[in-house]
Design a protein around this ligand. Structure first.
Ligand SMILES: NC(=O)c1ccc[n+]([C@@H]2O[C@H](COP(=O)([O-])OP(=O)(O)OC[C@H]3O[C@@H](n4cnc5c(N)ncnc54)[C@H](O)[C@@H]3O)[C@@H](O)[C@H]2O)c1
Length: 311
């Protein structure tokens, strides 16, 4: 297939491109490097079957020209503002890079008859609801971050464009993803702080925040497996692992992997790391398990492997 990976210079997108190329597809990446980096895709320079546009997805006219030229068969929409803390200070970033990028890609898919879509949604659409009852049919949806709200808005747009244009759409709602090429988040933050001061570590919140961490290799494998033979309409899965890792446990793993000892953990206090953060989180994975998929790595294993990659 000839496919577009929008946001392909990012953490997950660049890992997905590697898998798509390995499977023999022709891949075009669009990214404006607002968060992603040239380094993430530097190894693809000059690779056969790989094309690149440095472009802002919010420029609809420019995007239309790319769609007209390239004639895609599948759009993998990985672009968004992935920095939730940044948009907590400036919601406009979310509106532009999460919501508008989605509208523009859908509009181009409509205009140029591209029928297959993968969309990265997030556990943040559920807000602070959690537990076994939070499955794909859970309602009402009440996001508590601008990020979660814009992703839920995107799902609404996708629902309408899918229905109106006969799309085959795959949506995954997943929690924190980690692994090689990670550029921000708690692991990255701890490594940076401990390199600056190997004796003290400031930890946001009280350290009991506990979330499932999914390794990017597991997520990419899941996307690659489920992208094939999609039925018309929306196919929606919660994706993740049943296990979870507390922030204090992450700190311990980072300290151990860096070969440090006698590090004093200094907690800023409070339940969440920042406003909009969901401190303890898990949701139902029955549907993806019933479809025959489970994460290969537990949350702790994913954290340990990622710390090694970051170091
Ligand atoms: N990483 C996670 O923990 C996680 C969890 C749930 C969902 N997601 C979603 O998965 C997707 C990929 O996440 P990621 O961690 O790889 O993030 P990322 O920031 O590394 O990748 C997103 C890419 O989109 C690009 N981008 C953003 N706005 C753009 C614009 N206007 N024009 C062109 N490019 C633009 C960025 O430069 C970046 O390269 C995102 O949609 C994110 O919301 C990520």
């Amino acid at each position: 297939m000839k496919v577009l990976v929008a946001g392909g210079a990012g953490f997950i997108g660049s890992n997905l491109i590697d898998a798509l190329l390995a499977e023999g597809h022709e891949v075009v990446c669009i990214d404006n490097y607002c968060i992603g980096t040239r380094a993430n895709i530097a190894h693809l320079k000059g690779a056969p079957r790989f094309g690149l546009y440095e472009q802002d997805l919010t420029d609809l006219d420019a995007l239309k020209r790319v769609f007209e030229r390239e004639q895609f068969e599948f759009v993998f929409h990985m672009a968004a503002n992935s920095d939730i803390q940044a948009s907590a200070k400036n919601p406009l970033v979310e509106y532009k890079n999460t919501y508008t990028t989605t509208f523009n890609l859908l509009e181009c898919m409509r205009l140029y008859s591209v029928k297959n879509l993968f969309f990265c949604s997030t556990s943040a659409v559920y807000g602070d609801a959690m537990g076994a009852q939070v499955d794909e049919n859970y309602a009402p949806m009440r996001p508590i971050s601008y990020y979660g709200a814009c992703k839920l808005g995107c799902e609404g747009l996708i629902s309408a464009f899918t229905y109106m244009n006969g799309l085959r759409t795959l949506i995954f709602r997943f929690p924190n993803v980690i692994g090689p090429r990670l550029t921000h988040g708690v692991i990255y933050d701890f490594v940076r702080k401990l390199r600056a001061d190997p004796h003290h570590l400031e930890i946001l919140g009280d350290g009991t925040q506990c979330k499932p961490y999914l390794h990017v290799y597991d997520l990419v494998e899941c996307i690659m497996r489920f992208k094939n033979d999609l039925p018309q309409g929306i196919t929606l899965y919660n994706v993740g692992d049943e296990t979870a890792t507390s922030v204090t446990r992450i700190a311990e793993i980072v300290v151990e992997k860096m070969g440090l000892s006698d590090v004093e953990f200094q907690y800023t206090g409070g339940r969440g790391g920042w406003k909009g953060d969901v401190p303890v989180f898990h949701y139902a994975l029955d549907r993806i398990h019933a479809a025959g998929w489970r994460a290969g790595m537990s949350s702790d294993e994913a954290v340990a492997k990622t710390v090694e990659a970051v170091l």
